[in-house]
Write a protein that binds this ligand. Structure first.
Ligand SMILES: CC(C)(COP(=O)(O)OP(=O)(O)OC[C@H]1O[C@@H](n2cnc3c(N)ncnc32)[C@H](O)[C@@H]1OP(=O)(O)O)[C@@H](O)C(=O)NCCC(=O)NCCS
Length: 150
């Protein structure tokens, strides 16, 4: 499967939205919040494609030397095949040289995502109790790019 990362365009939003709502049962982003990202100078948005179909997306914020992965998902039909790992590695590659540290929030129960982040060198640095609307705790995970494993 040949994968290709490119910058997200506004016309990608319906498909991004679709993957987003199929990936997050609560706290999915609205179309308005996705659209707002195009007005933020510190927002970086990417999509992952294979043979012209979008199979994933990521929205990151880069503020000074700190990057934050705001949302990241792979199309449900393409999970479990190494696509997420490849995409995340590419995103980290893009950040190298610009960001010193990369952070993200992840649900404490999202073991797949936590495992993926850990395998790329992210460490749990703290918790945000009741962060999500259903009361679940978020884990804050962080990667220092200079100490990255890949
Ligand atoms: C988390 C997510 C991005 C992973 O993408 P993916 O393409 O399925 O992941 P990969 O196939 O690249 O797998 C990477 C690693 O994730 C973990 N993983 C993936 N699927 C897993 C599963 N079913 N069970 C346990 N771990 C799993 C493993 O560590 C795996 O590495 P390994 O294959 O060496 O064991 C994807 O499941 C997703 O979009 N989930 C819904 C949205 C989400 O949770 N986003 C992250 C929010 S912080």
């Amino acid at each position: 499967m040949e994968l290709h990362v490119r910058e997200m365009r506004e016309e990608d939003l319906p498909v991004v939205y679709e993957i987003n709502v199929n990936s997050f049962t609560t706290d999915a982003w609205s179309m308005d919040s996705l659209r707002r990202e195009f007005k933020l100078p510190y927002s970086r948005k990417y999509v992952l494609e294979t043979e012209g179909s979008m199979v994933g997306y990521a929205i990151l914020w880069l503020i000074k030397e700190e990057a934050f992965i705001m949302t990241f998902a792979i199309h449900p039909g393409y999970r479990g095949r190494g696509v997420g790992r490849w995409f995340l590695s590419e995103l980290l590659e893009k950040l190298r040289g610009e960001a010193r540290v990369v952070q993200l929030d992840v649900r404490k129960s999202n073991l797949q995502a936590i495992k993926l982040y850990r395998s790329l060198g992210f460490k749990i640095v703290r918790e945000r109790p009741k962060f999500y609307s259903d009361g679940e705790t978020a884990l804050v995970m962080e990667l220092e790019l200079s100490k990255e494993l890949v």
